[in-house]
Design a protein around this ligand. Structure first.
Ligand code: PEP
Ligand code: MG
Length: 848
């Protein structure tokens, strides 16, 4: 039979583990090993606590023998994980008539009375489980003591226990049982604790922070929890014990460090203050962590009762990890692992400073992180007007639609009454890096009156100053205190360390010069997807496009395209120049043609005028071009095959731009990508035409250049036929948005209507447009990759759909041997860190 581990005095060598005795016991052992003045402590392992809860007698007498006779004790919970809660601490066990009298002599009558009263109260409430209302006296008078003792006796039919062994037995039993209670179970389960999570208990000699001389208790830490910068913070309360300093403000509060506002511990007891600083430094170096130290002073004598990791914001996490690595306390690899990738998004945007006041008027879903201050506006037109006046604004809409894009661009933040994580507002805001809160259902919007009524009837009008907190999912009245984005040297340094370990490339999807600049700023290794279609929506280009679509013969078509050519060339020159020679992957024209046609009668008339054709003809041709299912219609390479001149014009623009930037010393090998391919022949046709264009440009300009041709794999058939396709492609980039749509037969634009019902009922574990479906879509990716590489072992493989920036997709791509992922510019830092984590975890044997 295995021996059940029993309670033990914590010594430097005793076998104490967080997994058997809980984190607190383990932490105290570490502090003892560091020679910190920790009072004598006995640890009870999970097994012992479980036995007590199930009715076995608590080993109180044996525990008491480990201490000097007559000392007072505390009992504290020690679960495996700090977050899992546990019963409240019990202080001053051992107080009875006799020790009360003794205490009065050593510490004074008032202190003895106060401690005794507190002990009777907490014992009655937490151990004997009596009605708290009967024990609510706050002034520790002799009369209050007598009343409390009498109340105890009346309620329990026995006198208040005088025997310390009995007090301790009952305390241990009550705390052990509390851990098994339903509420406690549910609470810790919500925090991720397993069903059988154990509780350890630590019994510690009391350090009394009351009495003569400098006495009190406090906590101290050496970095700021919000910024992570070195700073002594904490609290000290004279004549107090336990965590009083944290819970009881007011009289007796003394600053830790010298402070013009009042007395400080530094002045009152300089040697104690110095000791605390020294303990902090020892903990930091030896525990390799910033710790918050809980201490008690008894007549100037310092005791360390506990130390916990400093709680910290995401930005503080990064700062602390960088500082520890720079000081050689931890390695760069460990620093990188200490910040989880998703925490980075908090650093990329301004945030509401948690230290400031928050006047919340609406709550919703935190759809896009960051925070912004601006004046309320209720329409996109007002948002644009604000922007024109140079004023910041927060756009509030019931929900947004494509017409609101300009308004969203003009606003600093977006708040909607309806919608979820994949609603229009949420998706666009994340792309723009704008803070956004959606589904704020407690709001009543009254756009006509230009006001909103918040829960509780509070009215806010257009022009009122508000703060939108997209990280917390809240809207606050007024201008909140803000923290600037933390894209400082430490941020860059940290990510450059991550890059040292990363073994998969990270590029950005960048369609505009601003995107490209952001991508470069975040050290993307190139552009993985430049969607060229946006370049045609500007007014002057739109007219040329429409002329091209309506042209009767190739000659007319070519003349319209000639007008578009210089504009496209400029686009690419700009893009190549920004990216300074890094790879740029340009996707040829993809959207359905009808998107370029006017939809209103007015628009059709304008087009008829511009083209000098009868309205009836324009209307008829526009109708003929409309499709039942444009997403599966004439788009992508299908356009390139039917109207080859568009791709030819784009290729010419790319080649000429390559020559132009080459002349300025920027050498680019552009990557040209063909979208929506499903058959090898499509690639063959486009490839032949592009080769002809390249030959013409080379001949005409007398300059040679190289380029790469690749295929965007976003139809299931392209995955299955990747072996053929790779004969004509130097790279395959998986467009997981369309591939998800086509694998599921699920419209990208309509899925939002029923996605939540599907996820709630467990049909899909997650929205597959958000989290890559590894089982289905993933299998197609693997088939495509394997067949492609079988044909061409040096084939470059990547993912460029929205999934590219998710840590789970990156893990998948890495396992499958892909070369890079490409994601929206703001997700590049997260992707770099996630990729580094994967490599490091594999190296450490943590995950495969
Ligand atoms: C895709 O389909 O995954 C993709 C990146 O292209 P788009 O979203 O432009 O269709
Ligand atoms: Mg696509």
């Amino acid at each position: 039979m295995q021996k059940t581990p029993d309670h033990a005095v914590i010594t430097p060598t005793e076998a104490i583990q967080a997994g058997t005795h809980g984190w607190r016991a383990k932490c105290l052992q570490r502090l003892i090993r560091l020679d910190l003045p920790v009072p004598r402590t006995v640890a009870l392992p999970f097994t012992a606590v479980r036995a007590i809860a199930s009715g076995q007698p608590a080993p109180a007498t044996a525990i008491l023998e480990a201490f000097e006779p007559g000392v007072l004790l505390s009992v504290r919970p020690s679960p495996e994980n700090t977050d899992w809660g546990g019963p409240g601490t019990l202080l001053n066990i051992g107080l009875n008539g006799e020790s009360h009298a003794r205490l009065a002599q050593t510490h004074g009558q008032a202190v003895a009375d106060a401690l005794y009263l507190r002990f009777i109260q907490s014992y009655a409430i937490h151990v004997a489980r009596l009605d708290p209302d009967m024990f609510d006296a706050s002034a520790a008078t002799p009369e209050a003591l007598r009343t409390a003792l009498r109340a105890y006796e009346q309620e329990t039919d026995e006198p208040f226990p005088e025997d310390p062994a009995r007090q301790l037995t009952q305390a241990l039993r009550s705390m052990s049982r509390a851990w098994e209670g339903t509420t406690a179970r549910l609470l810790r389960k919500a925090k991720g604790a397993p069903e059988d999570a154990g509780l350890g208990l630590v019994v510690q000699e009391m350090a009394l922070g009351m009495g003569h001389g400098v006495s009190g208790s406090g906590v101290i830490q050496f970095v700021d929890s919000t910024t992570g910068l070195p700073q002594i913070t904490g609290r000290y309360l004279s004549q107090s014990l336990g965590r009083d300093a944290l819970t009881r403000a007011g009289e007796g509060t003394i600053y830790l460090q010298r402070d013009p506002r009042g007395p400080s511990l530094e002045e009152l007891a300089p040697e104690v203050f110095e000791d605390l600083i020294r303990y902090g430094a020892i903990c930091r170096r030896r525990l390799r962590e910033e710790m918050q130290i809980e201490f008690t002073l008894e007549n100037g004598r310092i005791r360390v009762l506990d130390a916990i990791r400093v709680t910290r914001s995401s930005r503080a996490k990064l700062k602390i990890a960088v500082a520890l690595a720079e000081d050689g306390v931890i390695g760069k690899d460990e620093a990188v692992l200490r910040v989880e990738p998703r925490a980075l998004s908090e650093l990329l945007h301004p945030q509401v400073d948690p230290r400031g006041a928050r006047d919340v008027f609406a709550r919703g879903i935190a759809a896009s992180p960051g925070a912004a201050v601006g004046r309320l506006v209720f329409s996109s037109a007002s948002a644009q007007a604000s922007a024109a006046r140079g004023e910041s604004c927060i756009l509030v809409r019931r929900e947004t639609s494509p017409e609101d894009i300009r308004g969203m661009h003009a606003a600093q933040g977006v708040l909607t009454e309806r919608g979820g994580m994949t609603s229009h507002a949420a998706v666009i805001a994340r792309g723009l890096g704008l803070p956004c809160v959606v589904g704020a259902s407690g709001l009543q919007l009254d756009p006509r009156e230009k006001r909103l009524i918040a829960a509780g009837g509070r009215i806010l009008n257009e022009g009122d100053l508000v703060t939108l907190d997209g990280t917390a999912g809240e809207a606050l009245a007024g201008e909140a205190m803000m923290l600037a984005p933390a894209l400082d040297d430490d941020f860059r340094k940290f990510l450059s360390w991550a890059d040292e370990f990363r073994d998969i490339g990270v590029r950005a999807n960048a369609d505009t010069p601003e995107d490209a600049l952001t991508a470069l700023n975040f050290s993307a290794e190139g552009v993985g997807l430049c969607r060229t279609e946006h370049m045609f929506f500007e007014q002057d280009r739109l007219i040329a496009m429409r002329e091209m679509i309506f042209a009767d013969d190739p000659k007319d078509r070519a003349s319209s395209l000639t007008r578009l050519l210089p504009m496209q060339r400029e686009d690419f020159i700009h893009l190549f120049s920004i990216m300074e020679g890094l790879p740029v992957c340009i996707r040829l024209f993809d959207p359905p043609l009808h998107e370029f046609l006017p939809h209103s009668r007015e628009g059709l008339r304008e087009l008829a005028e511009a083209l000098d054709r009868p309205l009836s003809e324009i209307t008829r041709r526009a109708e003929a071009l409309s499709e039942f299912n444009p997403m599966l219609g004439m788009r992508g390479v299908r356009l390139g095959v039917t109207l080859p001149e568009i791709y030819e014009m784009q290729a010419q623009a790319i080649f000429e731009a390559t020559i132009a930037v080459g002349a300025r010393g920027i050498q680019v090998v552009p990557e040209i990508m063909i979208p929506l391919v499903s058959a090898m022949r499509e690639v063959e046709l486009v490839k032949t035409r592009l080769e002809a264009v390249a030959a013409q440009v080379r001949a005409r300009r007398g300059v040679d250049f190289a380029y790469k041709l690749g295929v965007m794999v976003e139809t299931p058939r392209a995955c299955l036929r990747a072996g053929d396709i790779a004969q004509h492609a130097g790279f395959l980039s998986f467009g997981t948005n369309d591939l998800t749509q086509m694998t599921y037969g699920l419209s990208r634009d309509d899925a939002g209507r029923f996605m939540s019902a599907y996820v709630n009922q467990g049909v899909f574990p997650e929205d597959p447009f958000h989290t890559l479906d590894i089982d289905g879509v993933g299998e197609l990716l693997l088939i495509g990759a394997e067949r492609g590489r079988a044909t061409r072992p040096d084939l470059t493989l990547s993912i460029c759909g929205e999934h590219g920036g998710n840590p789970e997709s990156i893990a998948f791509a890495r396992r499958a041997g892909f070369d890079y992922v490409s994601c929206s510019p703001y997700r590049v830092p997260l992707a770099r860190l996630a990729a580094a984590h994967l490599a490091l975890q594999e190296r450490k044997g943590l995950k495969s």
